[in-house]
Every structure is written in C-alpha cells, then in structure tokens.
Design a protein around this ligand. Structure first.
Ligand SMILES: Cc1cc2nc3c(=O)[nH]c(=O)nc-3n(C[C@H](O)[C@H](O)[C@H](O)COP(=O)(O)OP(=O)(O)OC[C@H]3O[C@@H](n4cnc5c(N)ncnc54)[C@H](O)[C@@H]3O)c2cc1C
Length: 160
C-alpha cells in the first residue's frame, strides 16, 4: 500500500528495532481480510522470525478465514502491546504496529515443522518439551494448517 503520513507524528515509531520489539513482545495479531467487498477479521496467536521479517500462524484445516485467504491472500494486521488505561486521564498507554503482506499456505512438511517450531519458541517459556511433544520426527502435521506472512510494509505508533 502507498505510504500515508501519520497524523500524530509525535507518536510514530520510526526505529526499525523498536518496531521489531513490538512484534517480539506481542503474542496475538488481529488480521483483516477481504473477499468480494466483504471484510472479515480474526485474532490469532503468531510466531515471529525477525531475521526473515516473517510471521507464522496456525489453524484448523477448514474455516471461513481460509476461504477468505484462498480467495484473496492480501491481509492487513495489527499487534498491540498492552500498556494500561490511565485512570483520570482518559487515555490508554500502548505500542502497536500495523503491517501488510500476503499469506502463503505452507504445504511442505519440513517448512511446516520449522514454522511451528518458530511459533513454539516464540510463545513458550520452555519450548523444548512442547517441541518434542508436537513436532516429533515422523509425526504427521496434516491436522494443522500453517500460514506464512512475509511482512511487506509496517508502521509503528506509541502512546506511553
Ligand atoms: C487471543 C486469541 C488467540 C487465538 N489464536 C488462534 C490461533 O492461533 N489459531 C486459530 O486458528 N485461531 C485462534 N483464535 C480463534 C480465532 O480468532 C478464530 O475464532 C478461529 O481461527 C476460527 O476462525 P474461522 O474463520 O476459521 O472461523 P469458523 O470456525 O469458520 O467460523 C466462522 C464464523 O464464526 C465467527 N467467528 C470466528 N471466530 C470468532 C471469534 N474469535 N469470535 C467470535 N466469532 C467468531 C465468524 O464471525 C463466522 O460467523 C484465537 C482467538 C483469540 C481471541
């Protein structure tokens, strides 16, 4: 999408490392999709690979969001790291990002394993037992769909 200036430039996060830190701290992303002039939005856990600038998601093999993504893989999403409501100030502390990209459905078994490993490492404080349980060699991953999003554009904003 063409760049659009942020109205509150004093709140814009321009430092790439700070933007990456918001993605690194968040755990859930809200993804907006569109099909036939109809919007749809879902909240999903994600794993973040900062080296690749990639987000990974997992879900069941069927459902409305997959229908949307097959029709149109373009998405816009947001991740918010929660601050808190500032009582008496009628304001909320937050840092957030908005990102754009295209979703790829990952079919290759090894790539699925690597993506789920990224999610487990990202979300789990003690990933190894979970890796061993869910990603054991020879185990089938056919019951899970893995989505890959290469971030093409991202903006950051904070109100702290
Ligand atoms: C914090 C959080 C983390 C989540 N993490 C994941 C995740 O990692 N992976 C994952 O697959 N799902 C996750 N979910 C659930 C996700 O938001 C969707 O409900 C789920 O992915 C099913 O989407 P679908 O389009 O396949 O729905 P379907 O099962 O096809 O159902 C579609 C219908 O259900 C409604 N619907 C779908 N989801 C919701 C919802 N959350 N709330 C209210 N109505 C809904 C739609 O409006 C539509 O009418 C998470 C939800 C939350 C709140």
């Amino acid at each position: 999408m063409a760049p659009y200036h942020m109205h509150r430039q004093d709140r814009e996060i321009t430092d790439a490392a700070e933007i990456a830190a918001v993605l690194g701290k968040g755990q859930v992303a809200t993804l907006a999709m569109a099909r036939d002039n109809q919007p749809y939005i879902v909240t999903l856990n994600y794993g973040y690979d900062p080296a690749e600038g990639t987000l990974y998601f997992h879900c069941a093999n069927t459902g409305l969001k997959l229908d949307f993504l097959r029709a149109n893989p373009r998405v816009c999403g947001t991740v918010v790291t929660d601050g808190a409501y500032k009582v008496g100030e009628c304001t909320y502390a937050y840092a957030s990002v908005v990102f754009w990209g295209s979703i790829d459905i990952v079919h290759d078994e090894d790539e699925k394993r690597q993506a789920l490993g990224c999610m487990i490492d990202f979300l789990e404080p003690d990933p190894e037992p979970v890796r061993q349980r869910l990603l054991a060699e020879g185990g089938r991953l056919s019951g899970v769909t893995v989505l890959k999003l290469a971030i093409e554009g991202i903006t950051g904003k904070r109100a702290l």
